[in-house]
Design a protein around this ligand. Sequence first.
Ligand SMILES: C[S@@+](CC[C@H](N)C(=O)[O-])C[C@H]1O[C@@H](n2cnc3c(N)ncnc32)[C@H](O)[C@@H]1O
Length: 222
Amino acid sequence: MNRTIIQTGDGSHTLYVQDLGERYHSIHGAIQESVHVFIQSGLRQHEPTADVLNILEIGLGTGLNALLTLIESEKSGFSIKYTAIEAFPLEKELTSQLNYTGLLKADEYQPAFELLHSAEWNKAICISERFELLKLHITLETAMFEPQFQIIYFDAFGPRVQPEMWTDGVFLKLYSSMLQNGCLVTYCAKGEVKRTLKRAGFTVETIQGPPGKREMVRAWKR
Ligand SMILES: C[S@@+](CC[C@H](N)C(=O)[O-])C[C@H]1O[C@@H](n2cnc3c(N)ncnc32)[C@H](O)[C@@H]1O
């Protein structure tokens, strides 16, 4: 995949994939979008009922969602087990240029951000006292999980360019990988995606989207 770094509206970086004509984040602001969709609408809505919150991310990519979650875990004091799958890991020459910790005024997290990317694949490691990371170098299509997740960050490329990521089979599999009262959040609010989520068993909410986007989806396993 041919990927180049570009700047978004809030100054934060994202990647542009030439072959797909698609970006990793909203052009209005990568940090702004990730905070709104995954942290504010997903992580912060979830009352931790257990000692450890178990999160699955579909598409680790730049590691922005993982970094924001790590920072949040330090601030709020709960522990996180973070599993992220990724089919096409980024090269170090790209990840080393990403400007996230600086813009977040969180320079003290830069070593953790680098560790998050350099960490061995398919092996759980502790990034901090409260944040355990398991990066799986696999495709979503081949992934299999026991029921364990309280939150899923569904951050695949959009259904226009990657329809195979938004199918009944995928959402059924994710539904069974979740615990009761778990939620899946995604930036995409297309009608067909909501119908597919409902068919898989989810209770679907359409909620306010990040700046520049009217709506997004939060889907619950009730
Ligand atoms: C929209 S990007 C978001 C990435 C990441 N969450 C971020 O904030 O940078 C989608 C990610 O899904 C990954 N991906 C594409 N096809 C995949 C597949 N079949 N299975 C798992 N990951 C895939 C891409 O490589 C990319 O990292």
